[in-house]
Structure formats: C-alpha cells, structure tokens
Design a protein around this ligand. Structure first.
Ligand code: SAH
Length: 347
C-alpha cells in the first residue's frame, strides 16, 4: 500500500476521510516527511513566493472572564498578575511598530469586560486614523454580531478567532459549560458575513485530541474557508486544570502545517509563537513546511511575561526593535524574505 503521506502529496484536495485519518496516524519517517515539507513549500512558493508577512501583535489585556481549561490567563487563575494597556499605550505600541515598518496590527486580549464596545471602537478608530495605510486586526474572542459590526464600522477589517476544536464533545472537554462550539461557530459566520477577513484554527495535541477530532477540524475549515489558519502545539500551563498534561509534539505539528498548506494553498498560515516555544527552531521549521506569516510581539516589555497563555512563552524579554531584527534573521536563515506590506490573503 502507498504511504498516506505520499498519496496526500499527490492529490491533497481529493483526500477522503479514510486517507486523512491514515495520514494523521502514520508514524513519522524522515524521508517521507522531507517530501511532504518540500511539496508544501512548493505550493506556498507558487502562490506567495518567498514572502513572510509580518503582523505586529499587541497583547493589550490579560484579564479574561472565561475559564478555558488549557489557558493560563483564565479567570480562575488567581496567580496571574493582571494588566491592561491604556489607549495611549496601545497607540504608542502601534507607532513603534509603524516606525519598524509594520503595516498590520493585531490587537489581542482575553475577554475583558472593561473593554466595552465603545472603548474598543475608540481604540480601533484612533489606530485607523493614526495609520490609515495599515490593517487593524482584532482577536478578542466571542462577541455579538452587533459588536462585530460596530468594530468593523470603526475600521477593523480582520478578526482572528480559532475554533479550537470542531468536535462538540472535544470542545466540551476543553471548555466549561458557559461556552459552546455552537456560539464559536456563530461568531465565525457572523464575522464572515460582515465582511471581515477571518482567521480560525486550532491547537495541535490539546488534551484528549484524537485523529478523528483533527479530521473534523480540517473539514470545518474547508466549510469556513478562512483567510488565515492559525495552528500551534498545545503547551502546558501549570495554573490550569490541565496542569501536567503533555504538550503537543513538534514533528506532528509541523506535519499538520504542511497538510494545511497542501489543502489550503492560498491561506495565510502563521508560524506561531507556540512552535517557537516548543523548539528553538520551531517557527523556522513551520516556515519550511508552508507557513507564511509571523506575528512579532509589539507589547511593552514590562507586560509581555504576563500574557502567559502557556508556560515559558518566548520573546518576552526583548524590545520590539530587537524582535524585528531577530525575526528578520530567522526568516532569512530559513530561506525566505520578511515583508512588512499589508499583505492581504489570496483567498
Ligand atoms: N481571547 C481570545 C484570544 C485567545 S489567545 C480568543 O478567545 O480568541 C489566542 C490563542 O492561543 C487561543 O485561541 C488558543 O488557541 C491559544 N492558546 C491558549 N492557551 C494555549 C495553550 N495552553 N497552548 C497553546 N495555545 C494556547
């Protein structure tokens, strides 16, 4: 029988459920995987060349009302030291990013009720006014359709909301009763309908995850057809109910990145910080397997260690300018070119 990996390389779009499950269960093999990563790299180069888009990430609050079992900034983590940036601080981060050449800003945070729709809209409009040539991305969780519409009207054009897992039973194992996959999906469809460029995705190797769950994730993404697909290994955080659960595996994660590139040739796929945290070369490996976006941290150095969604998160010590230089070198060392343009997806 042909190896599932080789069968997928030949015809990624037509892979049926059985083939994908075989792929997800296949033991790693250096030669086969080299072929997989090369095939993914070719597809990425055919559409995006050697460009790696940079998005400046501003983690503006680590307050959160939710209690996702995997996340270090969950409300019930009484040991998390909480912070919020002021609008002035957020704008200063963006100004610094602008001077470094970034043309996309991602505002990410916990679901912090202090940031009412009015406050978010004020920040988005101020950013938009200060830097009209930049794209403003939000990643602030589940909101009502009216809220999403208000942020859009204020100038936000992109939204990142990972579905986390598309299997309802698995979703229940990762989140408390107050949250539901149904609402998460409702949010994603509202965002699409309003006209946002949408990013979704999932953690790889999250507790209790099976190949069948991952298959479900892939099928859900095919339905949603998002502009960006963000994935990264699950990483343990000791101050959560999942304390001590094993983190995701690097190699398996990189295989998933390559699979996604083959199946979603035009999607934006970030080489996430979680990959870099799992392994010193994790982001470079993701780039070589088809990823084409990196999100350097623009948050003030003083608060960076506090946005601790998982343990030992990297890039918490450096200034933004240092991050910029470090990433540019890493991208070049992997054989690509850092690009600061707004960088819309081709989807
Ligand atoms: N509150 C926002 C932002 C969440 S943080 C939202 O709900 O969208 C961004 C992403 O980090 C999450 O979507 C999740 O996939 C990931 N994440 C959270 N905890 C993690 C962990 N322990 N390991 C790996 N990724 C994690």
């Amino acid at each position: 029988m042909e190896s599932p990996t080789l069968a997928i390389i030949k015809n990624p779009q037509q892979a049926d459920d059985a083939l994908l499950l075989d792929f997800l269960r296949e033991a790693p093999d250096p030669e086969r995987d080299r072929a997989l990563f090369e095939a993914a790299d070719q597809v990425r180069r055919a559409h995006y060349g050697d460009a790696v888009y940079l998005r400046g990430l501003i983690e503006f609050t680590n307050y959160c009302k939710n209690n996702c079992y995997y996340c270090g900034i969950r409300a019930a983590n009484a040991n998390a030291k909480r912070y919020r940036l002021t609008p002035e601080q957020i704008l200063a981060c963006a100004d610094e990013g602008y001077a470094l050449g970034y043309r996309t800003f991602v505002l990410q945070g916990g679901e912090d009720p202090y940031f009412t729709d009015d406050r978010i809209c004020e920040i988005v409009s101020a950013l938009h006014e200060a830097h009209p040539d930049c794209a403003v991305t939000l990643s602030i969780g589940e909101k009502s359709r009216a809220s999403y519409q208000a942020y859009f009207d204020a100038g936000a054009r992109r939204y990142l909301l990972r579905h986390e897992t598309a299997d309802p039973a698995h979703y229940r194992m990762l989140h408390p009763e107050s949250m539901s996959l149904e609402n998460r999906k409702r949010c994603l469809s509202d965002l699409r309908e309003i006209g946002y460029q949408v990013g979704s995705g999932f953690m790889i190797g999250s507790p209790y995850q099976t190949p069948a769950h991952l298959l479900c994730d892939i099928r859900f993404l095919q339905e949603l057809d998002p502009h960006m697909i963000g994935v990264g290994p699950y990483l343990n955080h000791p101050e959560t109910p999942f304390a001590g659960m094993p983190s995701g595996e690097l190699h398996f994660g990189i295989r998933i990145v390559a699979l996604l590139r083959l199946m979603f040739p035009k999607a934006l796929i970030p080489a996430t910080t979680a990959f870099g945290t799992l392994h010193p070369q994790g982001r470079e490996l993701a780039l070589k397997a088809g990823a084409n976006v990196i999100m350097p941290n623009l948050s003030p150095t003083a608060v960076r260690p506090l946005y601790e969604i998982y343990e030992n998160k990297i890039c918490t010590g450096e200034e933004s300018a240092q991050c910029r230089g470090c990433l540019e070198r890493r991208i070049a060392s992997a054989g690509y070119r850092a690009v600061t343009a707004v960088g819309d997806s081709l989807v």
